[in-house]
Structures are given as structure tokens and as C-alpha cells.
Design a protein around this ligand. Structure first.
Ligand code: C5P
Length: 218
């Protein structure tokens, strides 16, 4: 492991999408590639941190030098996060599905003449809010992400308060920005001190600066 400003610090990073099963062969997912979370994990490792990387089924290559935990669903991610605690800091960059199918079928749902299947949804645990609001063993620094398409700053600022995290990294994921699935990001870092917009840059560069900020804050 590399020595650096984060040597001796244990940091959790969540990344990628989650897959919420409908039946054994179908699922509900989202377009997260896991690129930003992977870059953050690698940047933290480069600063000397011990990183637990909990990822959903992401396209991005897995980061090197981390404790890798692979999960499928939001509920599995919640459990893996709980098992990874305690940590000094936690970065929640995963795009966790808000809902799951309330009762996924154990066998493949068949086409029938009786009509279309009806899916009922249940709410998934909010991992970021749960960890942010821990009474015992809360990480010193909790960082959430806000992927928004409208009123990015207002929504992300409200999200920081609602969830109880320390920082929110906000970005505009409207299709025309090319950010979701792309190699660049334009983020605004929101903390209790206010909002700071960074110029558009590569996701690895965003990760490097964020890792340096985390090192300073710990
Ligand atoms: O509420 P929303 O999904 O927009 O919040 C985004 C932030 O919350 C991200 O940091 C994401 O990783 C986290 N999140 C979570 N668990 C959920 C939903 C979101 O950790 N169930």
C-alpha cells in the first residue's frame, strides 16, 4: 500500500448502479457506469487510504488496491456497507435504486393471455441517510452525490440537509451534458460553508481533488 496523507485511514466508497430483480432473468437498473466511484477509490488508494469498495454491477473496471465487495441490489449494498463500518470517511457515489419490486418472482414470469404483469414497488433503504444519521460510529466525514437534471444547486443543497451528510458532490446528468457514462464531470461541492463549482474536467481529476479535500478534512 502506498504511503500518503491518508495512510492509516479506512474509507468506504460505494459505486455503480444497483440491479433490482423482477424475476431470475429480469431486473430494473440505471445508467450509472461506476466510472466516478472507481476513480475516487483509486485516488484515495493513491493517497494511502485503506479503501473498502462496495460496487453494484458496474461496467467500469474494478479499482486496484481496494477491498472489493460486489453486490447486486440496494438491500445487499446496505448490508455490505454496514459490514464495512467503522470507517473514517464514506463516499456514496453509487446510483442506488430508490425502489425495488416488492416481491420478485422466484421463477420467470411467463407471457399469458390473462394480461400484463403488474409490478408493485417497495422503497429501498437510503444508505447515505442511514449512515449519515448513525448515533454511534458515524464516519467523521460523509460525502453524498446528487445527480440531478433540474435545479441542480437547490436540489443538492436541500439533499445535504435532508440526508444529514457533510458534503454533497452535485452534478447535472441531463443527457446533453454527456456526464453519465462519459469520462468528464462538472461538479459543485456543497458543504456547510457553501457551494463551490469546479470547472469541467476528467473524472480522474475530480477524484484526485476530492481525495485531497478528504485528506485535509480528516
Ligand atoms: O436521493 P438521491 O438518490 O438523489 O441521493 C443521492 C445520494 O444518496 C448518492 O450519494 C447515493 O449514493 C445515495 N443513496 C443511497 N441509498 C439510496 C439512495 C441514494 O446511498 N437508497
Amino acid at each position: 500500500m502506498k504511503a500518503g496523507p491518508l495512510t492509516g485511514r479506512r474509507i468506504l466508497v460505494t459505486s455503480g448502479p444497483t440491479h433490482e430483480p423482477i424475476d431470475p432473468v429480469r431486473y430494473i437498473a440505471n445508467r450509472s457506469s461506476g466510472a466516478q466511484g472507481t476513480a475516487i477509490a483509486e485516488a484515495l488508494v493513491a493517497q494511502g487510504a485503506e479503501v473498502v469498495f462496495v460496487t453494484g454491477p458496474a461496467d467500469a473496471a474494478r479499482p486496484r488496491g481496494v477491498h472489493l465487495v460486489e453486490v447486486q441490489s440496494a438491500q445487499e449494498m446496505m448490508q455490505a456497507v454496514q459490514e464495512a463500518l467503522p470507517v473514517d470517511a464514506a463516499v456514496f457515489s453509487a446510483a442506488v435504486a430508490d425502489w425495488r419490486v416488492a416481491s420478485a418472482s422466484d421463477s420467470k414470469i411467463k407471457k399469458t393471455k390473462q394480461g400484463l404483469p403488474k409490478l408493485e414497488f417497495a422503497e429501498n433503504p437510503d444508505i447515505l441517510a442511514t449512515v449519515s444519521q448513525l448515533q454511534n460510529g458515524r464516519p467523521k466525514l460523509v460525502v453524498g452525490f446528487a445527480a440531478e437534471t433540474d435545479d441542480v444547486l437547490a436540489n443538492a443543497t436541500a439533499k445535504r440537509t435532508r440526508k444529514g451528510c457533510d458534503w454533497i458532490v452535485a452534478n447535472d446528468v441531463s443527457p446533453e451534458t454527456g456526464i453519465m457514462g462519459g469520462s468528464e464531470n462538472a461538479v459543485t461541492l456543497i458543504s456547510e460553508d457553501g457551494a463551490e463549482s469546479w470547472p469541467r474536467m476528467g473524472k480522474t481529476e475530480v477524484a484526485k481533488i476530492l481525495a485531497e479535500r478528504i485528506a485535509k478534512a480528516l
